[in-house]
Design a protein. Structure first.
Length: 109
C-alpha cells in the first residue's frame, strides 16, 4: 500500500535533514536513499527537493558546496548546520507529538 504523499509533504525538510545528519549528500543521492528506505513507496519530486534545499539554505539550516567527482561531473553537496540540527530535533519532537495525538484520536474503542 502506498502512503499518501499529503501525509509526508509537510515533513520534506525534516526528511532531508535526517538524511544529512548521516553525511553530506547531493539531491539525487538523498532521493535515492528515501526511495530505498521506503521500499520504493515514496520519492521526493525533483522540484520539491530543490525548493526545500533553497528554503533550508535561506534559513541557515544547511549549507552547500561544489564537489569534484574526478569524473568531470560537479555535484552540489549539502551539509546540515548546527541550527539545522536544532531545527531537525524540534521538527522531530513535533512529529512525535502529532503522531501520538493522531494515534489517540483514531484508536478503536
Amino acid at each position: 500500500m502506498s502512503i499518501a504523499s499529503d501525509i509526508l509533504r509537510g515533513h520534506t525538510e525534516t526528511i532531508i535533514l535526517a538524511r544529512l545528519l548521516r553525511s553530506d549528500s547531493y539531491g539525487y543521492e538523498i532521493n535515492k536513499s528515501v526511495q530505498q528506505a521506503t521500499g520504493g513507496q515514496y520519492e521526493l519530486k525533483e522540484a520539491t527537493l530543490y525548493t526545500a534545499f533553497r528554503r533550508l539554505e535561506q534559513n541557515g539550516y544547511i549549507s552547500s558546496y561544489w564537489g569534484d567527482e574526478g569524473s568531470g561531473a560537479r555535484r552540489r553537496y549539502y551539509r546540515i548546520t548546527p541550527s539545522g540540527k536544532e531545527f531537525y530535533y524540534r521538527s522531530r519532537d513535533e512529529w512525535d507529538r502529532a503522531k501520538q495525538m493522531i494515534d489517540t484520536l483514531i484508536q478503536e474503542v
